[in-house]
Each structure stands twice: as structure tokens, then as C-alpha cells.
Ligand binder design. Structure first.
Ligand SMILES: C[S@@+](CC[C@H](N)C(=O)[O-])C[C@H]1O[C@@H](n2cnc3c(N)ncnc32)[C@H](O)[C@@H]1O
Length: 183
């Protein structure tokens, strides 16, 4: 999975516009490849990954062993609808290929808005429901796909302003990245 989604995560990280000393949260980090990419991209940045799966956390911990020892990467078990961090703990946050598991999505987006500082940036990367070839590939009992318009409306309702939207329109492999600012 780490290789499959590497480009999607690289693009999300580029959209974060990282600055030295940024505190970055990766929600549903899975294998944690994005955490080492974030830490490597900009000096002084700290990357925190959360995931609800013990198995994925073990993989992410192994992958980031040296960076964890250096205090540049942190990993924690948590669910995105109940993030165990104080309000305004992060400057930037991202979630790639995680939105499908949020049903309903509202508590997750509100929880992310809470832990971001005002003016902070959130990048959400997902396969959009308008690509019907995508929705047919995955079981509806597990995955919820939403249109780009639906996701934008959810973000605005949770206290974000849409700052940028990027797309990859390839039938069966479409992708949307939304960059939103915490108002
Ligand atoms: C499809 S993987 C994506 C991993 C990585 N972000 C990527 O782009 O390759 C989704 C990850 O989100 C995690 N996840 C799903 N729902 C979650 C939730 N509510 N809170 C935290 N993690 C969650 C899963 O355990 C899994 O590791």
C-alpha cells in the first residue's frame, strides 16, 4: 500500500507548504511512509501519525524507528473522531485515503478542526464518487465515497474554508486533493 499511495501522499505533502517548525498531523497514517516523507522534506518539522489499527501502528513504528528516536516522528493510537490532543496543537494536518471510513464524516472533521490552530491548513486526499469506475471496485459495506462537492460542503460546515482543489482525472484512478484553511 505504501508504494501504491506514495504519489498521492507526496502531492498532499506538497500542498501543505511545510515551513520549519511546523507541527504536522497525519490522520490514518497506516504504514507511516508519509511521516518519514514529511520529516525529510523540511528541517525542524515534527510529524505525528495517528491510526486506529494496532497492526498498522506496528508497521509505521518499525518504518520510522530512527526518526522516532530523534523525536521528529510521533505515533499514537487514536480514532480521528476523538483526537487526544489539546485544541490548536497542530499547524497542519492531512488525511489521504482515510475519508471513506468516516461514516458519518462530521465528527471526524470537527475533531480535526479542533486540534488545528486557527489559520492552520488541512489537506484531504480522496477518490471522488464522481468516478463511478472507482466506486464499483470497493465494497459499499466498508467504503463510503463522496462527490467533491459533498466533501467541500462537509469541510465548510466543520469550520474550514476551501483554499485549493486539485484533481487527477483518470477513470478508475481519479483523485482529489482539497486544501482547506481552519477559520
Ligand atoms: C487506506 S489506509 C491509508 C493509509 C495512508 N494514509 C495512505 O495514504 O497510504 C487507511 C488507514 O486509515 C486508518 N483509519 C481508518 N479509520 C480511521 C479512524 N477513524 N481513525 C484513525 N485511523 C483510521 C486505517 O486503519 C488505515 O491504516
Amino acid at each position: 500500500m505504501a508504494r501504491e499511495t506514495a504519489h498521492d501522499n507526496e502531492r498532499a505533502i506538497a500542498l501543505l507548504g511545510l515551513q520549519p517548525r511546523d507541527r504536522v498531523l497525519d490522520i490514518g497514517t497506516g504504514h507511516g511512509r508519509s511521516l518519514s516523507m514529511i520529516a525529510a522534506s523540511t528541517a525542524g518539522v515534527t510529524a505525528t501519525g495517528i491510526d486506529s489499527s494496532d497492526v498498522m501502528l506496528a508497521i509505521a513504528t518499525k518504518r520510522n524507528k530512527a526518526l522516532i528516536r530523534q523525536g521528529r516522528v510521533h505515533l499514537q493510537k487514536a480514532s480521528s473522531d476523538d483526537l487526544p490532543f489539546a485544541a490548536g496543537s497542530f499547524d497542519k494536518a492531512m488525511a489521504v485515503h482515510t475519508l471513506y471510513f468516516w461514516q458519518p464524516a462530521e465528527p471526524h472533521l470537527l475533531s480535526i478542526a479542533r486540534v488545528l490552530r486557527p489559520g492552520g491548513c488541512f489537506v484531504l486526499g480522496f477518490r471522488p464518487a464522481e468516478d463511478k469506475a472507482v466506486t464499483e471496485q470497493f465494497p459499499a459495506s466498508v467504503y463510503t465515497f463522496r462527490t467533491t462537492n459533498e466533501v467541500e460542503a462537509l469541510l465548510v460546515a466543520a469550520g474550514f474554508a476551501i483554499a485549493d482543489r486539485q484533481r487527477r482525472d483518470i477513470s478508475g484512478n481519479s483523485m482529489v486533493w482539497l486544501r482547506a484553511t481552519r477559520t
